[in-house]
Write a protein that binds this ligand. Structure first.
Ligand code: SF4
Length: 140
């Protein structure tokens, strides 16, 4: 049996985003981004790189995170439309939700994810292979 087929979610997991916006809002947290993602976002909103960094990012140790509104909502979350304002260039952390190590650690952590995210545990089954492609992109 290979490492991957031993995963508790070897049969895949259901996920279909409802677009509720809950994962972009609420409790303060971090949206980790690297330099390539920063440059991509700056280009998307047509802002000089340095200005973008000063306005929309914060240094946390050796890493970068997007800033948030005082409510904890992501700075790029459009509250009126309840959608991401930079969806095409959203960071890997956002693209790979909910298939993060922390959510996939055990059936219990996945159940907790399903309670927080109404799209998790519902909809089409995402295969083990596709989950693993996403999981390997970030370490959260
Ligand atoms: S919380 Fe889940 S269902 Fe809601 S927007 Fe985020 S991924 Fe989609």
């Amino acid at each position: 049996m290979t490492e991957v087929s031993k995963k508790w979610y070897h049969a895949g997991l259901q996920f279909k985003c409802t677009g509720c916006g809950d994962c972009c809002t609420g409790e303060p947290g971090f949206v980790w981004i690297d330099e390539v993602e920063i440059a991509t976002l700056a280009k998307l909103i047509n802002m000089p790189l340095e200005e973008f960094q000063d306005t929309y990012t914060r240094r946390i140790g050796t890493r970068w995170s997007l800033v948030e509104f005082p409510t904890g909502d992501c700075v790029f979350f459009d509250a009126e439309k309840r959608s991401c304002g930079v969806y095409e260039a959203r960071p890997r952390q956002c693209r790979t939700w909910p298939f993060w190590d922390s959510n996939l650690e055990s059936p219990e952590t996945w159940q907790a994810t399903c309670r927080d995210c109404p799209g998790s545990g519902k909809g089409p089954v995402i295969s083990l292979e596709d989950i693993e492609i996403q999981r390997r992109q970030v370490k959260i």
